[in-house]
Design a protein around this ligand. Structure first.
Ligand code: HCA
Length: 447
């Protein structure tokens, strides 16, 4: 069964994430650094499911013309989307297309819900990328997009002047004026990471004033470390659509991290923007992607265990008394808790691998994690209330798979504290589960 819904039937929320983990995310050099190179079809399906479960309604993919593999992967991704429609509502699959008929044709044939057109508009792009002037860009884009609009009125269409923040405002207007009548959104990609909060606010204001009927979409690269603050500023200035990726992975140093953005909107009490997002799944989402990339959730990602890890003696002691001494933000509500990351009956092998490898310090590979996950899943349903899935998993790992935690020199044991307390949970004594790695997990309900 193929489900089709028109964008015209959808009422956009105050903030719509357009997640591009499966497009710009796969352009991340980090995949290469970790010898992963690309996501498998299964990875893509799992990431699609996780994003939709999280509440994302727009997922950007490469146009099928990019490679036979991308073309082949669209079917399984769409099927995963279709299977979640009843439970989570419709999610739109958008093709990232050059303003070129061949890209458009490949996406239309595959059955995408929308097209994200782009072509460079900055001087640098015009001179060295494609050689067209502004008038040619505007005319060609209009001919192509009007044609798509006429023949496929249900599709959601976006146009981006690539490198918009090095494109003079007047130049951007020259192109966008031609297209305002035939697109749903204008993108404003900060392709090379030159934007600042001030220039973002100014640009968003100017575009909103000139095109009140067209929504705006942001895409902020992190070359200066501003991708998060720029996205927050754009949202504050009235931008509704934001490109993100899980963990912020993308070309070069990446773009805005999905969970970092929502976390900060929560801290800023912009609750309207959070409608429909399953915030407690934030950390599990980060863990899943990190594990797929064979790395840790980076320390610079705000929704990370690192932010609940305390090493200085003074800090660790104070946190044992009361976590708020060194933890100001509600990380538990974003899933940085043992109860949330870990270990229910539905935990996938990625989470199991992460827990055993990164938190418990066991030395295990992916294949072992998969086998262990199967054993764990066969037994976890038989646990009585109050029995700990984490304890069950550790027992299976140690007794049946002979795994041992990597040993840590005596003097460092107990000096690192990861605070996994779920302050939202009621009941259950707080106790400590020490591991040979030296990590102390504080959790409720463990004996
Ligand atoms: C790219 C460049 C892009 C496109 C963004 C967009 C950018 O990888 O093709 O289509 O809005 O940063 O400009 O990611």
């Amino acid at each position: 069964m193929t489900v089709e819904l028109s964008f015209r039937q959808y009422r956009p929320r105050a903030l719509e994430i357009i997640d591009t983990t499966l497009r710009d995310g796969t352009q991340s050099s980090l995949l290469h650094d970790h010898y992963k190179y690309f996501f498998s079809t299964d990875d893509k399906v799992e990431i699609t499911r996780a994003l939709i479960q999280y509440g994302v309604k727009f997922i950007e993919l490469f146009a099928p013309i990019v490679s036979p593999q991308e073309a082949a992967d669209f079917g399984p991704i769409r099927q995963a989307r279709d299977e979640l429609v009843v439970q989570k509502g419709y999610a739109f699959l958008l093709a990232h297309v050059r303003t070129h008929p061949a890209d458009v044709e490949s996406a239309l044939k595959a059955g995408f819900d929308g097209l994200n057109f782009y072509i460079g508009t900055s001087e640098q792009s015009r001179a060295h990328n494609h050689g067209r002037n502004l008038q040619q860009i505007a005319r060609d884009a209009r001919t192509l997009i009007e044609d798509v609009r006429r023949n496929h009125p249900a599709l959601v269409l976006r146009f981006s002047g690539e490198d918009a923040f090095r494109t003079a405002e007047a130049d951007l207007f020259t192109v966008y004026d031609e297209l305002a009548g035939c697109v749903d959104r204008f993108g404003t990609p900060d392709t090379v990471g030159v934007a600042t909060p001030a220039s973002v606010a100014q640009r968003v204001r100017a575009l909103r004033q000139r095109y009140p009927g067209v929504d705006l979409e942001g895409h902020f690269h992190d070359d200066r470390g501003f991708s998060l603050i720029n996205a927050l500023e754009a949202k504050r200035s009235g931008m509704r659509y934001m490109n993100t990726t899980v963990l912020g992975i993308a070309e070069r140093s990446g773009i805005t991290s999905l969970t970092a953005l929502l976390y900060n909107l929560f801290i800023d009490k912009d609750y309207d923007a959070l409608e429909g997002y399953h915030l407690r799944a934030s950390y599990p989402l980060n863990v899943m992607l990190a594990d797929k990339m064979r790395k840790l959730v980076p320390g610079k990602e705000p929704v990370s265990l690192t932010n609940r890890t305390h090493t200085a003696g003074v800090h660790a002691k104070a946190v044992l008394n009361d976590a708020t001494v060194y933890e100001a933000h509600p990380l538990d509500q974003f899933g940085v808790t043992e109860s949330e990351i870990l270990l229910g009956p539905l935990s996938g092998w990625n989470v199991i691998h992460y827990f055993l490898h990164e938190i418990c310090g066991f030395d295990l590979d992916e294949a072992t994690a998969r086998q262990l996950a199967a054993t764990y899943k066969a037994r976890v349903y038989a646990l009585n209330p109050g029995e700990s899935p984490a304890r069950l998993l550790i027992e299976i790992a140690e007794r049946e798979f002979g795994l041992r935690a990597v040993s840590v020199p005596e003097q460092y044991r107990g000096t690192v504290q990861q605070d996994m307390t779920d302050t939202q949970l009621s009941g259950g004594e707080i106790s400590e589960v020490g591991h040979a790695s030296g990590v102390i997990l504080r959790s409720r309900g463990h004996s």
